[in-house]
Design a protein around this ligand. Structure first.
Ligand code: SF4
Length: 237
């Protein structure tokens, strides 16, 4: 998933000895960091990000390829402890594709139990069934120019609630027209709290997308990826 670079460096990992892997108890993590939310409804709010390693997709515009592999194994307890050290209100679980690791589901529940406002950024190819009801799901629908449109799991749409959000990364006018069609086909604006249209960095200007949205009076929110404006998308710092 595309997501913010950190304002602060990642937590020191002096305790970050890889945990012994126990089925269902560990996750492979690329980074945990504190930053401003760069996208979505809570844009600009201080948030802890837990970036899980790995993704089954290969979107042409992906800006988190460094999360495809590597990472370290951590227990849910260790992740929860690292998150708690920041005393956050908001926590975002992202990737990569966080749902590619089954232990993501108990992690989400653990973070909700701790009292945080938890969101999940997911690419839309894997089922969101089983995600804790308290989690705000931010679900991508991959457009034609992403190269991964065929991977969209549209069964997910029926699992969205009025607290959730749907995101389209728009690369060109054809993507925009496709998103407009999906908006209508699935009545997305009535189904979720926000439909987010984000211009693909370096491919489409925010201004051009804004003008299209206004011309069509679309019930969507334009987002400009604050983290790219502030930190040029530098990973993990
Ligand atoms: S879903 Fe696409 S954009 Fe997100 S991490 Fe995977 S390849 Fe990158």
């Amino acid at each position: 998933m595309s997501q913010p670079a950190a304002a602060n460096s990642s937590l020191p990992d002096s305790t970050g000895q890889a945990q012994p892997e126990k089925a269902g108890q560990t996750l492979r993590i690329t980074e945990i960091f504190y930053s401003l939310q760069g996208e979505a409804r809570t844009v600009g709010l201080p948030t802890v990000f837990v970036r899980l390693t790995g993704c089954p997709l290969r979107c042409l515009y992906c800006d988190t390829e460094y999360a495809f592999s590597g990472g370290e194994l951590f227990s849910i307890d260790d992740i929860a402890g690292r998150v708690a050290a920041y005393e956050p209100r908001y926590v975002t679980v992202t990737g990569g594709e966080p749902l590619a690791q089954k232990t993501c589901l108990p992690l989400l529940t653990r973070l909700c139990d701790a009292g945080y406002e938890v969101s999940l950024e997911t690419g839309g190819a894997l089922s969101v069934a089983g995600v804790d009801d308290r989690v705000v799901k931010v679900l991508d629908l991959k457009t034609p120019a992403s190269g991964e449109m065929a991977r969209n799991d549209y069964d997910n749409v029926a699992l969205l609630t009025p607290r959730d959000q749907v995101k389209f990364v728009i690369c060109d006018r054809a993507d925009y027209e496709w998103a407009r069609f999906k908006l209508d086909e699935y009545q997305l604006a009535q189904r979720v709290s926000d439909v987010l249209l984000s211009p693909s960095h370096g491919q489409l200007s925010g201004r051009e997308l804004a003008e299209w949205i206004l011309a069509d009076n679309l019930p969507v929110r334009l987002q400009l990826q604050l983290h790219k404006l502030l930190w040029n998308d530098a990973p993990g710092h």
